[in-house]
Design a protein around this ligand. Structure first.
Ligand SMILES: *[C@@H]1O[C@H](CO)[C@@H](O)[C@H](O)[C@H]1NC(C)=O
Ligand SMILES: *[C@@H]1O[C@H](CO)[C@@H](O)[C@H](O)[C@H]1NC(C)=O
Ligand SMILES: *[C@@H]1O[C@H](CO)[C@@H](O)[C@H](O)[C@H]1NC(C)=O
Ligand SMILES: *[C@@H]1O[C@H](CO)[C@@H](O)[C@H](O)[C@H]1NC(C)=O
Length: 327
């Protein structure tokens, strides 16, 4: 689930920039929200976070964090469309806004445009490649509050090293985010003498729920003899199908291990690895042989997090008129 805490982080980063800026009286910042996810796999992440932005701005103003200056803000709905987002950025710029929190979906074009007019932009939810190498891509005013998915590569390598695993096979979705994760992992495996015995990619359009034929059966037939540890880089439904196929092939009796990654911040509830649908029993059985590597949990404990989320939902409804029952 997307964490409203990222918006807090965003605000703090903004304050750091603002403290260095010489503005007068009020400072205007723009918030961009995708309220509906048009196209792509995105869900409307913009419905889960805006109350956190509103709350953070209130704290900043009440506590006089930026030395006599008051934050003002307004927001625009991008619907997760790059074209909408580019127009929104230009409008914020024309209207004299200092910076932008967003867009909330893709960011490579948006970050480029914001940088071209020296407008700070802080993405709270973006997994695009291309923006993370500031040296190469020259996005001088772009920041990202969530780590790029490929940062999971380092803990994976550490895991292999700690366990003394020297040989593995990798199965990766052809999605951009998993492909770039694969290349990062491969580079680190190569330089740490971890041998990739087999590599296969699969079409990310494959939908297990639609009754599509699983691409994993052939992959398993081709690779199982030379594999004990599979590193699976793909979304939750795909990992689940792969584990089920392995289970159905009778392979998950202790000889095989599947390692999955949880890097899907854009899809809400995408970390639910024990689906309660028709496959639940077999999924539970299969997942006894699955290990998930994920990024760190929020610093708040569950009680604090639940009450924080309740406040954020309330503010999303009150301030933005967003029916947040979806989350
Ligand atoms: C966003 O999508 C909703 C639902 O499809 C639509 O009603 C609304 O007009 C769209 N807004 C923008 C700014 O594209
Ligand atoms: C992936 O599958 C979709 C839908 O079946 C198809 O349209 C697309 O061409 C496939 N892509 C590749 C790279 O095979
Ligand atoms: C969670 O944190 C709060 C505040 O720090 C504390 O009062 C509470 O006891 C903690 N709850 C649990 C279950 O750890
Ligand atoms: C938000 O909280 C206030 C104060 O507790 C309450 O009066 C209001 O009904 C809540 N709004 C929603 C939409 O839950």
């Amino acid at each position: 689930m997307a964490s409203p805490t990222t918006v807090f982080v965003v605000i703090i980063v903004f304050l750091t920039i603002l403290s260095a800026a010489k503005a007068t009286g009020t400072v205007k910042i723009g918030l961009m929200l995708p309220l509906y996810g048009e196209g792509g796999p995105y869900q409307p992440i913009g419905r889960t976070v805006p109350g956190a932005f509103d709350l953070a701005v209130q704290h900043v103003n009440e506590k006089n964090v930026i030395n006599g200056y008051t934050l003002e803000w307004s927001w625009k709905n991008t619907n997760c469309s790059t074209d909408n987002a580019l127009i929104d950025i230009m409008e914020f710029w024309e209207d004299g806004y200092f910076g932008i929190v967003g867009p909330g979906c893709s960011c490579v074009h948006e970050g480029r445009v914001a940088s071209s007019v020296y407008m700070p932009m802080i993405a709270y939810m973006c997994n695009d490649d291309g923006v993370y190498d500031k040296e190469v891509f020259e996005f001088p005013t772009f920041f990202r509050a969530t780590p790029h998915g490929s940062t999971v590569a380092s803990p994976i390598v550490t895991l292999y090293q700690e366990m003394g695993w020297k040989v593995t096979s990798i199965i990766a979705s052809d999605d951009q985010i998993y492909q770039s994760t694969y290349y990062t992992v491969k580079t680190l495996f190569d330089s740490n003498s971890i041998n990739i015995m087999n590599y296969r990619s699969f079409n990310s359009s494959f939908k297990p729920d639609n009754g599509d034929v699983s691409p994993f059966l052939d992959i398993i037939t081709e690779t199982a003899v030379t594999t004990r540890i599979y590193l699976f880089l793909g979304r939750q439904p795909h990992l689940q199908q792969f584990a089920i196929d392995m289970e159905n092939e009778g392979l998950l009796k202790g000889d095989y291990l599947i390692i999955g990654v949880s890097i899907d911040f854009q899809l809400r509830n995408s970390q639910d690895y024990t689906d309660t649908g028709v496959n639940s029993e077999i999924t539970r059985q299969a997942f006894k042989s699955v290990l998930i590597v994920e990024l760190q949990q929020p610093a708040m404990n569950n009680t604090e997090l639940e009450s924080y989320i309740a406040v954020i939902r309330n503010r999303s409804a009150e301030t933005f008129g967003i029916d947040n029952t979806l989350t």
